[in-house]
Design a protein around this ligand. Structure first.
Ligand code: ATP
Length: 225
């Protein structure tokens, strides 16, 4: 993996814009609580929750793109900093994170501190991502870690962390891009969409794992049966 070498100009300490991508099939309280807690532990002006296109060969009984977006919209309805964002669903073909970050960068401008949120496991796979060397020239990375769940980073990722990890006393929003922050959120939850789909497939209740409004949407559209 190539190490990004450009050094961002000091920014204007504006609050961060965060990109939180996923399949959201369906959105659940693990996603929502993390997104909300990010706005509580960091200066944040918006969290864009961005459903991705799902390849047609996926074997799970899933919801359509429109339904995944509708559930996300219901879930964030009363949280002004959380935005259901359909930009990847509007783009034909596969969605690469660099393209989504470029689109957010265009929307907010060069000075805006921008960060992509990803789990430690996804970070482990970063060397295989398309055009990964461009990511840190576009945005910061916020890597969510969970105690006991951290596998060892490869040599390439250790090098990346060495060069880009936020130093003690540094603020993530002091520059627009180029830093990595490892962050453990206060109430990390074990819930996954896979588990919820499995419960629903067995006609078992998934209550308290996702918002009631989303459960009602799933019920009325007979999803995941
Ligand atoms: P699936 O079980 O279908 O793989 P998922 O529950 O992992 O789905 P995704 O939509 O794939 O959900 O995840 C979107 C993002 O949310 C990813 O960055 C993922 O790391 C993160 N995420 C998933 N589950 C949780 C959770 N319980 N707490 C915090 N973040 C989560």
């Amino acid at each position: 993996m190539a190490i990004s070498v450009s050094e961002p100009d000091p920014g204007t300490n504006q609050p961060l814009v965060l990109m939180f991508g996923g399949t959201f099939d369906p959105v659940h309280n693990g996603h929502l609580r993390s997104a909300l807690e990010l706005t509580q532990v960091l200066p944040v002006r918006a969290v864009h929750l961005i459903p991705c296109q799902i390849p047609p060969h996926r074997d799970q009984p899933g919801a359509s793109a429109e339904q995944r977006l509708a559930m996300l919209q219901l879930a964030v309805k009363n949280e002004p900093l959380l935005q259901a964002d359909d930009r990847e669903l509007k783009r034909p073909g596969p969605s690469w994170s660099v393209d989504t970050l470029s689109s957010l960068r265009q929307q907010y401008g060069a000075e805006q501190p921008l960060a992509m949120v990803l789990g430690w496991d996804a970070f482990m796979g970063l060397p295989d991502w398309s055009r990964n060397e461009e990511l840190l020239d576009l945005a910061h990375l916020i890597v969510l870690t969970r105690p006991g769940q951290m596998s060892d980073a490869s040599e390439a990722l250790c090098g990346l962390l060495e060069n880009h990890e936020l130093k003690p006393g540094e603020q993530l929003n002091a520059v627009p891009f180029g830093r990595i922050l490892r962050l453990s959120l206060p109430s990390a939850m074990q819930v996954s969409a896979t588990y919820i789909r499995r419960l629903l497939g067995q006609q078992a209740s998934a209550r308290y794992l996702l918002p009631d409004a989303v459960i009602e949407f799933i019920r009325s559209h007979r999803l995941y049966q």
